[in-house]
Design a protein around this ligand. Structure first.
Ligand code: ADP
Ligand code: MG
Length: 248
């Protein structure tokens, strides 16, 4: 059964058709990869799922409810969390404070920047935040400033900020971009471990090792449209996919 159902989504930027009749069905509990050349519309599509962009036409349904016409915070509360192409963290705060912000937002239903520093009666939030940092391998750095982390660790922190919200659907836009091979492999391991908890994931990714290790289903985009979709083995041998990459 599809946890996310996308039908006929179009999005124009001026004269440019960034998304052209996109259909996508993401199976609950699966890892669904979206691949395709730069400019294919992958990030634009994710932005339509989280309320950053509004499609011109089409529908986006999550768990049977439309995600269109509700704001990003409500989408987040519904169980959709995302890691952006450029990490969005609070550089001047410690790791633990960074993770506490979305933890409070989830608990209280409101995003309030002043809450991170309140340690008094929030032991359960702090414990949860610490457990998630442990999960992503950042426990020993929890008192460092987030701004001083390496690129790979910033991505791990952002993932922790998503996981602390116990999402049902996790959207990852190029989670290994700019990472060393070792960091990429560590990210694969981490995403596999998260997979065991049954969180559905959509992963936009250029690294084919990551894609073929993690994905159950792959959708290939080119010029705003999904040009192929299927299991990894079928996608590997698809001539249209080869052509889109070589000709793209
Ligand atoms: P991808 O993530 O697959 O590399 P994008 O979704 O970022 O591709 O972009 C798809 C197309 O839409 C590109 O041609 C890009 O330049 C254009 N685009 C993306 N966002 C905007 C925007 N906010 N305004 C105008 N054009 C945009
Ligand atoms: Mg992109």
């Amino acid at each position: 059964m599809a946890i996310l159902d996308v039908q006929g989504v179009c999005k124009d930027f001026g004269g440019l058709r960034a998304l052209n009749q996109v259909n996508l069905q993401v199976r609950e509990g699966s890892v669904h990869a979206i691949i395709g050349p730069n400019g294919a519309g992958k990030s634009t599509l994710l932005n339509c799922f989280v309320g950053r962009l509004k499609p011109d036409t089409g529908s986006v349904t999550f768990n049977g409810k439309s995600l269109l016409g509700i704001n990003p915070h409500e989408i987040n509360q519904a169980g959709v969390a995302r890691v952006f192409q450029t990490p969005e963290i609070f550089a001047d705060l410690s790791l633990i404070e960074n993770v506490k912000i979305p933890a409070f937002a989830k608990r209280d239903g409101a995003f309030r920047l002043d809450l991170w520093s309140r340690t008094d009666s929030h032991a359960e939030v702090r414990d949860h935040a610490e457990a998630v940092l442990e999960d992503v391998g950042l426990a020993d750095k929890r008192h460092m400033h987030a701004g001083s982390l390496s690129r790979g660790d910033k991505r791990r922190l952002e993932l922790a900020m998503c996981l602390v919200q116990d999402p049902k659907l996790l959207l990852l836009d190029e989670p290994t971009a700019g990472m060393s091979r070792a960091d990429t492999n560590a990210t694969i391991d981490l995403l596999q471990r998260i997979g065991e908890r049954g969180i559905t994931k959509i992963v936009i990714e250029h690294d084919m090792t990551v894609v073929f290790t993690l994905a159950h289903t792959i959708s290939v985009m080119a010029q705003g449209a999904v040009i192929a979709e299927g299991e990894p083995e079928a996608i590997k041998g698809n001539p249209r996919v080869q052509e889109a990459y070589l000709g793209g």
